[in-house]
Design a protein around this ligand. Structure first.
Ligand SMILES: NC(=O)c1ccc[n+]([C@@H]2O[C@H](COP(=O)([O-])OP(=O)(O)OC[C@H]3O[C@@H](n4cnc5c(N)ncnc54)[C@H](OP(=O)(O)O)[C@@H]3O)[C@@H](O)[C@H]2O)c1
Length: 287
């Protein structure tokens, strides 16, 4: 017997949400998305009004801008902590599943080895604090929910995403400076979307990212190499490695947050960031 599925993607105009909704629809899986204007996930009445027939919620909505979160604190808290709790309660009541997306920024980056799901959390900025609070509220409201932590998402929807942003800078600036001493694992939005569909009936916390731990400097250089091979018109002559201490931003970042992904790799394979980036560059119209 096949079970009926109807998947609700929140934040469906976001970098991840948009890719995920497109993928579900391409696969012919019954699904719909809502933007912040249509459903603010922190508003109980708005959430409940969309629950009819929903079997799964994948929460891709968030206040994901790390520096603005330091000043727009209440807005970030409502989206990242209150919203997930509202969704968890609504899903539990409706007998639906919840897959909630979280972040490597729940960690402080000082562990010295890749982070496993049960390692000690200790966020170093407000964004990370609100995302951790969201995780805790989801687990309390709906212990069967699934939380998927991801890191350094690239290649999703919108011109703000990493690859677009780097290519724009390469076109417009002679020199780029990128942090070389903060290490993480990039996550290709399309690979993540595929993984979330596979994970939709799981419970507990999972870490997901493409294989290979690198710096933003390394990732930027890889995009630069690709752009040069494609003979794109670039102004950039050098990409300079800098330290995190030299990169002055309102929100501190955790130093090194590569994930240990052994738990999720027992369920699904993960490819390297190089393979994922190559596909991202080739499938997009960046020229
Ligand atoms: N991007 C990364 O590098 C990264 C890294 C680690 C984890 N993550 C996590 O991955 C998930 C997806 O992130 P993303 O990069 O796709 O973010 P994104 O592009 O900023 O998309 C998030 C979407 O959520 C919407 N939203 C914000 N507040 C909302 C609310 N209260 N109710 C409903 N919708 C709301 C936003 O709408 P507006 O734009 O209109 O506000 C936006 O369309 C998030 O959980 C994020 O924390 C991202």
């Amino acid at each position: 017997m096949r079970f009926r599925v109807r998947i609700w993607i929140t934040g469906s105009q976001g970098q991840l949400g948009h890719v995920l909704l497109n993928l579900l629809q391409k696969k012919g899986i019954d699904s719909f998305g809502t933007t912040r204007e249509e459903v603010d996930i922190s508003q109980e009445d708005q959430v409940r009004s969309r629950m009819k027939g929903v079997t799964h919620i994948i929460n891709a909505a968030a206040f994901a801008r790390v520096d603005p979160a330091e000043t727009e604190r209440e807005k970030a808290f409502r989206a990242n902590a209150v919203g997930p709790e509202v969704l968890a309660l609504a899903a539990r009541e409706a007998g639906a599943r919840l897959i909630h997306i979280s972040t490597d920024y729940v960690f402080d980056g000082t562990l010295g080895r890749p982070y496993r799901e049960d390692d000690q959390t200790n966020p170093v900025n407000w964004y990370g604090q609100t995302k951790l609070e969201g995780e805790l509220r989801v687990q309390k409201a709906f212990p069967e929910a699934c939380i998927v932590r991801v890191s350094w998402v690239f290649g999703g929807h919108g011109t703000q995403q990493y690859v677009h942003a780097v290519l724009k800078m390469l076109r417009e600036k002679r020199e780029l400076r990128f942090v070389a001493d903060q290490i993480g694992r990039p996550t290709y939005a399309h690979d993540l979307a595929e993984a979330l569909i596979v994970l939709r009936d799981q419970s507990g916390i999972y870490h997901y990212a493409n294989r290979g731990a690198i710096s933003k400097y390394d990732l930027t250089c890889a995009i630069w190499d690709w752009a040069k091979r494609k003979h794109l018109p670039l102004l950039c002559e050098s990409v300079v490695p800098i330290t995190a201490a030299e990169f002055l931003v309102p929100a501190p970042r955790p130093l090194s947050t590569p994930f240990d992904t052994a738990k999720i790799e027992a369920i699904l394979p993960i490819r390297s960031w190089e393979e994922a980036l190559a596909e991202c560059m080739n499938r997009s119209s960046f020229s």
